[in-house]
Design a protein around this ligand. Structure first.
Ligand SMILES: [Zn+2]
Length: 119
């Protein structure tokens, strides 16, 4: 994967700051992702919870962890947003695509639903 594209630069910068204040930045990172998703800069690569109703799912606390992987439509970079109900949110910019079958397998083991965007 090459350089981070213009669209991703902003999200990557926000995520870097978010790592230092994980709890405070959860809504900020999510809102940025959501805006980019609505503008079709990002697509949903994989998630084990609803991206659109993410905070609602968190409130329900049916699971201990929630993971969302968004992919840039331009440079194909993957952004991971992971939340652990009793722990700190995790923000990652991945240079390699995670194995979607593996992610789906883990989600199913935890009796979670899997979400993908249609291409
Ligand atoms: Zn990009």
């Amino acid at each position: 994967m090459g350089k981070v594209c213009e669209h991703c630069k902003k999200l990557k910068d926000i995520m870097e700051v978010a790592e230092t204040k994980p709890h405070e930045y959860l809504r900020i990172v999510y809102d940025q992702m959501y805006e980019m998703y609505k503008n079709k800069n990002l697509k949903l690569y994989f998630s084990d919870c609803s991206f659109e109703h993410f905070f609602k799912e968190l409130c329900e606390e049916k699971h201990y962890t929630y993971d969302i992987y968004m992919q840039c439509c331009e440079c194909e970079r993957i952004f991971e947003l992971g939340v652990c109900i009793r722990g700190c949110p995790v923000y990652k910019v991945l240079d390699e695509k995670p194995d979607i079958n593996k992610l789906a397998g883990m989600a199913r083991m935890d009796k979670k639903q899997c979400y993908y965007d249609e291409d």
